[in-house]
Design a protein around this ligand. Structure first.
Ligand code: 13P
Ligand code: SF4
Length: 365
């Protein structure tokens, strides 16, 4: 039975303990009609309710395989968009707080990417020579741009494979919005650093000369993650001096220097797997978001493994944090009452093109 949507104001002041109980009750009442997907950076008081946890690639695959009517995405906006694009027509993707965005995704907009494409056209024919590759951390209209221009999506776990796919088709890549993932993946393929140039969207011709554009293999968008840029090579040096036997693992959104000085690089799912599979007693320094690192440290401490956070200061994905127990309880109780709140719906023409770029990625990885 449908009633008027319950306003969030009545949940704002809900005590955490009460919110937990109300989430559990709402989930019990919804049963299999709702699936709760949680990214690894999600705060513990929400993560504990997850049906499925994972990195962006795993979650985008599983979102499309679920039978649930409601996909409640405890992540950030672009993740809920991907779930909507890949889900069946009768499924509804929901983001419990619409303010949960990704600051890196916001660094590239369709208008700026289209301008870049136009400016590149004055030097070369991009539709024949440049594959646009968008990191999954981007808005749906940029995925649609890639779908329309022979391009593709990548995630942190398949970027080198996606670059191979791209170079098999065209001689250059325009990679947005994360310069670090693009640079590290290009480096892994053996592309020299001087053939990976930065496109600054606020400057004419990206701030590049015609010669730099002609010589480039990868044109990297000037975007980055504010969380991962907090990690520094000096933090790794300090750790190594103190614990020479210790291991360092980082996310590829970290700077090139941090990646270079790490023993292993991987997506959130890969970081968790490698640390869990390591020998008992291993000490790790981890360069990724704090919620993941704290949880991992707890999960492996019984094996004598020590997991340390790389930065000296607290750095969390503050936007993902916005999905708190209060918003989750509000979302679920509305569903129980027959009201859908915070649905993420990508316009059909955009979703169709974005799906092409996403499916190219799923087939290639
Ligand atoms: P993963 O795909 O590795 O989970 O990364 C997503 C992300 O946003 C990292 O900042
Ligand atoms: Fe975006 Fe960085 Fe948060 Fe990942 S950690 S979702 S890249 S802001």
């Amino acid at each position: 039975m449908q009633t008027a949507p319950i306003h969030f104001d009545t949940f704002n002041a809900l005590a955490d303990k009460v919110a937990q109980i109300r989430i559990e009750e709402a989930r019990a009442s919804l049963g299999k009609r709702a699936v709760l997907l949680c990214h690894h950076y999600q705060r513990a008081d929400v993560y504990r309710h997850a049906d499925i946890t994972g990195d962006s690639l795993k979650l985008s695959r599983l979102a499309s395989q679920s039978d649930a009517e409601y996909i409640v995405f405890c992540g950030v906006h672009f993740m809920a968009e991907v779930a909507d694009i890949l889900s069946r027509p009768n499924q509804i993707s929901i983001l419990p707080d619409l303010a949960a965005g990704c600051s890196m995704a916001d660094m590239a907009s369709l208008a700026k990417v289209e301008r870049c494409w136009r400016e590149l056209s004055s030097v070369l024919n991009p539709d024949e020579t440049v594959t646009p590759v968008t990191y999954i951390n981007s808005a749906a209209d940029l995925k649609a741009f890639c779908g329309a221009h022979g391009g593709i999506v990548c995630t942190s776990s398949n970027a080198p494979k996606i670059l191979e796919w791209s170079f098999a088709r065209r001689e250059k890549v325009l990679f947005f919005p994360d310069q670090h993932l693009g640079r590290w993946s290009g480096h892994k393929m053996g592309i020299p650093l001087d053939q990976m140039v930065i496109w600054n969207p606020d400057l004419e011709m990206g701030g590049l000369t015609v010669e730099q554009i002609r010589n480039a293999k990868i044109i990297l968008w000037h975007g980055y993650c504010s969380v991962h840029q907090m990690f520094q090579p000096s933090q790794i040096a300090k750790f190594r001096a103190q614990y020479p036997e210790g291991k360092v693992i980082s996310h590829p959104e970290c700077s090139f220097e941090v990646c270079q000085q790490s023993d292993a690089i991987g997506s959130t799912e890969t970081i968790i797997r490698i640390v869990k599979e390591s020998a008992p007693g291993t000490r790790w320094l981890v360069g990724t978001e704090l919620n993941l690192v704290d949880r991992l440290a707890e999960e492996v401490k019984h094996e004598g493994k020590i997991v340390q956070f790389m930065a000296d200061t607290i750095c969390m994905c503050s936007t993902m944090q916005r999905i708190d127990p209060q918003h989750l309880a509000w979302t679920l109780e509305n569903l129980v009452a027959g009201n859908v709140v915070n649905q993420i719906k990508v316009p059909e023409h955009e979703a169709k093109l974005a799906k092409i770029a996403l499916e190219r990625m799923l087939d290639a990885s």
